[in-house]
Design a protein around this ligand. Structure first.
Ligand SMILES: [Zn+2]
Length: 241
């Protein structure tokens, strides 16, 4: 899990659309939230207008088509084959808790069906991948390919949320760790190729160089830690351009 700046992906069209829907449905949702609070048995409203394709696409793009929690790709299966996008718009603050967050872009996290289901059970107390302050406490260990907690005093109050997030979404399970290991090896491999062909680019190796570059770029698209990988690998590359 890493920080994803969803503000960058919010367009005027999205903003207008969501604010219109908020106006239209806010009374219904307010009643639902109040009923819940008062212990009244009530049915969730069914407008679901955040599920429009253009909203889903924009959010998925923003997360590079990876689940914001566990990092799993929502457009590639285990074998790397492209599949129908199976992600969903998750409301970080549940719809039953705050009616103002139902049609709020700032409250949306792109999520795989598994994490979405887990959130429905546990609901609160997680790090929010769209909040930079939450994600600043997350580090990555290249020794065991785990996401870990920065042991600095200023992050102390996030420790419990961090633990709950890692455990709930199985972020450091063996399967994910193995995939990160393989991926990092592949990235290293492409970078070696790029470094090898770069000086020979003008001496007949341009095709090989471009191929290695495009392979690296493709790989980066499907990593669950694209931003992290970019932070580490891209600067490394840039020094060779
Ligand atoms: Zn997930």
């Amino acid at each position: 899990m890493h920080f994803v700046d969803t503000q960058k992906c919010k367009t005027d069209e999205i903003e207008k659309y969501l604010s219109d829907k908020n106006e239209k449905y806010k009374k219904v949702w307010k009643k639902y939230v109040d009923d819940k609070k008062n212990g009244v048995i009530t049915k969730q409203p069914t407008d679901n207008q955040w599920n429009k394709p253009f909203i889903k696409e924009a959010l998925s793009d923003c997360f590079f088509n990876n689940c914001g929690y566990c990092g799993k790709s929502t457009i590639y299966d285990e074998t790397g084959e492209q599949i129908r996008n199976e992600g969903d718009v998750d409301h970080f603050i549940p719809k039953s808790k705050d009616e103002k967050k139902v049609y709020s872009w700032d409250n949306y996290v792109w999520s795989c069906p598994i994490c979405n289901g887990r959130l429905k059970v546990a609901k609160l107390g997680f790090l929010n991948p769209t909040v930079k302050n939450d994600c600043d406490c997350i580090d990555f260990s290249f020794k065991n390919f785990e996401y870990c907690f920065k042991k600095e005093e200023k992050y102390k109050n996030l420790k419990n949320k961090f633990k709950k997030t890692i455990n709930t979404f199985s972020i450091n399970n063996i399967n994910f760790k193995q995939k990160r290991k393989v991926l990092l090896e592949e990235l290293e491999f492409y970078i070696e190729d790029i470094e090898r062909y770069q000086p020979l680019k003008d001496y007949g190796k341009e095709k090989e160089y471009n191929e290695a570059l495009s392979k690296l770029e493709r790989k980066l698209q499907i990593t669950d830690f694209k931003l992290l990988a970019e932070r580490i690998f891209i600067p490394k590359l840039k020094t060779h351009h």
